[in-house]
Design a protein around this ligand. Structure first.
Ligand SMILES: Nc1ncnc2c1ncn2[C@@H]1O[C@H](COP(=O)(O)OP(=O)(O)OP(=O)(O)O)[C@@H](O)[C@H]1O
Ligand SMILES: [Mg+2]
Length: 340
């Protein structure tokens, strides 16, 4: 009785807690929040949260001495527990303004193959936000569900999720990960590669956000892509003054080449370890690309050429994981076997 009454006020939610972006799906409502995983916080012993999400991301690299903008998730896992906890609490409350969390359930995605300690950290951060029950699902599985792959069937489905911190590559059959690999090389490493390139070539120092905007605007990884050029500003390392340079599609391609090669090798290694019956399915049905990195021009072409299987970019790559956790939440009976 009490359970039923409390249940009426509860609001079940599903979360994609990502290195770059956090998205929240609310039962019956769909995606209600989509914000960068960034927190601006005061320095010192008594750390106070100044801003979270979009507002905090605007501050990255621009904060005065007493404030720092932190990305509490790194390489797919919680790097700063207290700040992640504060961020998760903030997002859950923001998404759930009118309802109470008492008795509510939370489905949250975690990277495949993370340690027990890391899993416990995610669970605790969620519990501290006031949720009753936390259900965990591996990220590649959530991504595959969200991309509409038949994960419960006895046939091979393959997913590549290129996020901010990690590239997850997995072959799925009968509701389980058959072979997978998590590479700590994804969007952030691509941004770093652009920073290094500009530094080497032009002796100019640029920030993370500028590098990301180059990647998003003219990023490409295949000679067939002509994504144009752009002007960007940074600090001249010799004179110390601000300076503008022009960077072209070919420059960006050169900058990103080595990092992309690491992803290609990881894909090959997963394919090599895949049982032959499933390989046959993959050769026919291909691999689906999700995560922000799936937007990178020409990535599908490179992967197709290098791995020899069809590559399909998902319809809404940035939403695949949150849609997946959302679908699981909406139909817990059906997907129960995917949770732990
Ligand atoms: N058009 C684009 N081209 C290339 N990269 C992009 C584009 N749009 C977004 N990205 C990159 O995608 C990344 C964010 O993707 P996503 O939201 O899937 O990551 P995440 O889920 O937060 O990270 P992770 O899954 O590793 O924890 C960022 O590195 C961002 O720069
Ligand atoms: Mg992700």
């Amino acid at each position: 009785m009490l359970d039923r009454v409390l249940g009426m006020f509860s609001q079940d939610i599903a979360i994609d807690l990502g290195t770059a972006n956090t998205l929240v799906h609310m039962r019956g409502k769909g995606v209600v929040l989509d914000e960068p995983s960034v927190v601006a916080i005061t320095k010192g012993n008594n750390r106070k949260v100044v801003a979270v999400g979009h507002e905090a991301k605007e501050m990255l690299g621009k904060t005065p001495g007493n404030i720092e903008a932190i990305r509490p998730m790194r390489e797919g896992v919680i790097a700063d527990f207290a700040v992640t906890e504060a961020m998760l609490k903030y997002f859950i409350r923001k998404a759930n303004r009118r309802n109470h969390l008492i008795r509510s359930r939370l489905v949250i995605s975690i990277p495949a193959g993370i340690t027990d300690v890391e899993t416990k950290a995610v669970r605790e951060a969620a519990m501290s936000a006031g949720v009753r029950e936390v259900l965990l699902i591996e990220q590649p599985m959530a991504a595959a569900v969200g991309a509409g792959l038949p994960v419960l069937d006895a046939r091979g489905s393959m997913i590549i999720d290129i996020g901010g911190g990690t590239t997850d590559i997995a072959v799925i059959s009968l509701g389980g990960l058959v072979t997978y690999r998590t590479l700590k090389v994804a969007g952030d490493k691509l941004d770093e590669a652009i920073i290094q390139y500009v530094r080497r070539r032009h002796n100019i120092l640029i920030g993370e956000r500028t590098a990301e905007s180059v990647k998003v605007k003219i990023g490409n990884v295949h000679v067939r892509c002509n994504t144009g050029h752009m002007e960007l500003k940074g600090r001249d390392l010799i004179s110390g003054v601000p300076k503008s340079i022009r960077i072209t599609a070919a420059d960006v391609r050169e900058a990103l080449g080595d990092t992309i090669q690491l992803m290609v090798e990881a894909l090959r290694s997963v394919l090599e370890r895949t049982p032959p019956e499933l390989s046959a399915d993959l050769a026919e049905r291909g691999v689906v690309l999700v995560g922000g990195g799936a937007h990178l021009a020409g990535l599908d072409l490179v992967l197709r050429e290098e791995a020899g299987i069809p590559v399909i970019v998902a319809e809404d790559p940035l939403l695949a994981v949150v849609n997946g956790v959302g679908m699981v939440l909406e139909d817990l009976e059906r997907y129960r076997g995917l949770l732990f």
